[in-house]
Write a protein that binds this ligand. Structure first.
Ligand code: HEC
Length: 102
């Protein structure tokens, strides 16, 4: 029975390692290219009209949020569809691109 206690910790450790790993696939220019779709809703100038701004988030946190939408662990249906279409390389590239914006 004691082993069960460790399962969530192991899963957390694995998913953290996986996030650090996907950033290794990032390509800033590819992220800029892909961002065109995002900035129709998330304004690139940092304005916020009911939709959160996503520039300046740290890349790891950004990737974690996108993976959570993709896995449907976060609830927003629009973002689930958007993230669901992206692979890990694309998510990583978007993460480093948006982190690079001020
Ligand atoms: C059709 C509009 C729309 C598009 C297109 C869109 N988003 Fe979103 N996004 C939203 C909305 C609305 C939320 C807020 C969801 C909520 O509050 O639950 C959100 C939330 C987010 C968040 C979480 C922000 C936070 O601080 O919690 C991230 C990160 C994000 N989007 C990234 C992206 C990326 C990257 C793209 C392009 C691949 C994208 N979005 C395209 C509407 C959109």
């Amino acid at each position: 029975m004691k082993q069960i206690f460790w399962v969530p910790l192991v899963i957390a450790a694995i998913s953290q390692a996986a996030q650090a790993d996907i950033l290794a696939k990032a390509d800033l220019a590819y992220g800029e290219y892909l961002s065109g779709e995002c900035v129709t809703c998330h304004r690139a100038d940092g304005g916020d009209e009911g939709i959160p701004q996503i520039i300046g988030l740290d890349a790891e946190g950004f990737a974690a949020i996108m993976l959570a939408y993709k896995a449907k662990d976060l609830d927003n249906p629009v973002m689930q569809i958007v993230a669901g279409r992206l692979d890990e390389e694309q998510i990583a590239s978007l993460a480093v691109y948006f982190e690079s914006l001020e």
